[in-house]
Design a protein around this ligand. Sequence first.
Ligand SMILES: Cc1ncc(COP(=O)(O)O)c(C=O)c1O
Length: 439
Amino acid sequence: MTALTTNQLEAFWLPFTPNTEFKRRPRIVSRAEGMYYFDQDGRRVLDAAAGLWCANAGHCRAPIVKAIQDAAATLDFAPSFQFGHPKAFEAAVKIAALAPGDLNHVFFTNSGSESTDTAVKIAVAWHRARGEGTRTRIIGRERAYHGVGMAGISAGGMVNNKRWFNALAFQADHLPATYSRAEQAFTNGQPEWGAHLADELEKLVALHDASTIAAVIVEPMAGSTGVLPPPKGYLDRLRAITRKHGILLIFDEVITGFGRLGAAFAAERFGVTPDMITFAKGVTSGAVPMGGVVIDKAIYEQFMTGPDHAIDMFHGYTYSGHPLAAAAACATIDLYRDEGLFQRSAELEPYFGAAVHSLKGVRHVADIRNVGLAAAIDLDPIEGAPGKRGFETMKTMFFDKDVMFRVSGDTLAFSPPLIAEKSHVDEMFGKLAEALAAA
Ligand SMILES: Cc1ncc(COP(=O)(O)O)c(C=O)c1O
């Protein structure tokens, strides 16, 4: 296959990428199958990231491909404003069936970012509908990533994503991050230390008053800032404090949903039921963009009290519940069930955890964290050039070792498709150990 020309490379401004450097030696993949990507010369690259935390069922899986093809040929588009089509309802039923408690209603979006916006808007609107319209503040957390919409920027806790846009952001405050290297270094699974950090919510309530706070949004396991598993007991405490003060609790499960932590949702794994769950990515195994919010019955019902001709909530997207995405979601969720992939993820977790921790003591490794089939390795930064060691390691692994994973600063993140074999786990961490030793 012919390589892309310089002019072709210029037209596409890649997101979250140093574009000039990328275009000098682009990392291009043109085909995928199961656990692998293939570049334009047919070189096979192990996907240790499930694409971007999304291809949980592996790539180009036949039942998902067929469902999308059939949908494209049968119903290319149908509006979800005032009309509907069967697959979107079918997908909602399947997703709601996987969610805990009374989280029975699904609002569809096209991405994680839109899901954050949607959940936050529902939270604020719900309080207002109940006569508590002063509850508009959102509490996020340091080191959180909730996407790049304005709700994600406001509630998120990553300075590079915020500082250029803060003038546009809305009122939010933040809990402290749950990570402390001094207390938790090289913990395999959930740390013992840190549950008390949930109590900081009491201080924020004392500062702002509960009557101004609509919701707390957290990732049960922070993903993008380097796999921060929740300290034992932390999420239970957040649940108790939010309930005590009438504050809604939103779990952002864009990464943790659909088997990443060995259960349908992290809420199930950790035994804590929030009021809303946001999802995206794994719902279609990344094959078609789709996201959404699963909403507690009581919240939904609050909106269903108006006259017959009146819209119950002024929110939605042209592509909410798009036929191709809905078909992909149905086929993906069936595939997860038929192949027992959530269970498989749980069964592989101890092996995966031991394998990543075998890198302790390898050159440049400063910390390792993991839960489910998600792991992160912090590398010691190069003095004066933070992020460079991580970036160079990612490139060496892609070009010379045929392994692809995610890098964020000097943190390497691993989240393979749930169909991974032990041999894949050995390959990704074995080759990384070699690369770091030689760097
Ligand atoms: C927890 C979390 N929320 C939201 C998002 C944003 O999703 P998207 O990129 O689909 O907008 C991400 C993306 O990685 C995420 O990890």
